[in-house]
Ligand binder design. Structure first.
Ligand SMILES: C[S@@+](CC[C@H](N)C(=O)[O-])C[C@H]1O[C@@H](n2cnc3c(N)ncnc32)[C@H](O)[C@@H]1O
Length: 287
């Protein structure tokens, strides 16, 4: 136990009060924004938004566009028929930061979404009733049939998956993708590494990334939160996360060398294009 451990072990009633306060402000400004015609989309509870990296509604919306746009552009460029009745899965959907823009701009496909965190999937089920949403386990398999998806995208999920579990998740996405289909996965590469300097400050870390092509560091809060007896499903970022969770950084060379083992071809890697931070990896399952 470190001296910081106690800060996570807060009484559940206190945690619920924190959630209430976090969401209270939103209960005022969202209806006002709707009345003024400024908000015309489902708004996730503030506490859920914060779990998936957005402290403000503005960030949720704007960064959603900045993630969705390069994926949609690359999908169209690769010939994915986004204006047809194809099946699209959002893996690690969070509170639908990209799903919002996909479903609005390309309404024809059937959308599926999954996440390990049931509180987030509850929001998707309530707010996007046309999307078939599921809670999945931390380890494969996914609750979807083999070769059922024409396209899968996943934003900022592989950036947290422990390298030990990466291979099995890639093989699972390969199973669910139909032959000829595409996966669009985002990762942290050299651009994100600059932002993550606080987690990897040493020169040795840079040298390791250069030589091995991959770095992983478990979040400092992982063990204390997991050990906390008063884990709140509403506030915790670790709902459904059974094993080590942290930050994974990979170079394009590592991905080209290792990700093809699942059977995919690497069709493209565009560094730093996702919200000016993450790399976009375009994987193709040969027909
Ligand atoms: C940083 S959030 C990103 C959420 C969303 N894609 C977005 O960009 O807003 C990472 C998400 O991945 C989910 N996640 C992590 N491991 C997962 C797994 N093994 N299976 C499904 N979802 C997972 C987390 O619960 C969380 O919602």
């Amino acid at each position: 136990m470190s001296s910081r451990d106690g800060i996570y072990d807060v009484n559940p009633v206190v945690k619920e009060m924190v959630r209430f306060v976090l969401n209270l402000r939103q209960r005022v400004y969202v209806p006002a924004g709707r009345l003024a015609g400024l908000i015309d989309f489902p708004v996730p509870p503030n506490s859920s938004m914060r779990k998936t990296g957005s402290k403000t509604l503005r960030h949720y919306y704007v960064s959603g566009v900045a993630c969705y746009m390069p994926i949609a552009t690359m999908a169209l460029q690769q010939g994915v028929r986004l204006r047809s009745k194809i099946n699209i899965l959002d893996f690690g959907c969070g509170v639908g930061r990209q799903l919002l823009h996909f479903t609005r701009n390309f309404p024809a496909p059937s959308y599926f979404a999954c996440d390990v965190d049931h509180t987030l999937v509850d929001f998707i089920a309530r707010s996007f009733p046309a999307v078939q949403s599921r809670v999945n386990k931390f380890d494969p398999p996914l609750p979807f049939d083999a070769e059922s998806m024409d396209m899968i995208y996943s934003v900022s999920t592989f950036s947290h998956i422990n390298p030990e579990h990466q291979g099995e998740w890639l093989r699972e996405l390969y199973r669910v993708t139909r032959p000829g289909g595409f996966c669009f996965l985002t990762t942290e590469g050299w651009t994100a590494f600059e932002v993550l300097r606080g987690m990897f400050p040493s020169e040795a870390a840079t040298a390791e990334l250069r030589s091995k092509g991959i770095l992983y560091k478990e979040y400092d809060f992982f063990q204390p939160v997991k050990n906390s007896k008063s884990l709140s499903p509403v506030l915790s970022t670790l709902v459904g996360i059974d094993k080590s969770y942290g930050a994974t950084v990979m170079t394009p060379e590592f991905i080209r060398e290792n990700w093809t083992r699942a059977g995919f071809e690497v069709a493209a890697i565009i560094e730093g294009i996702i919200d000016c931070r993450q790399d976009l990896i375009v994987l193709h399952k040969p027909a």
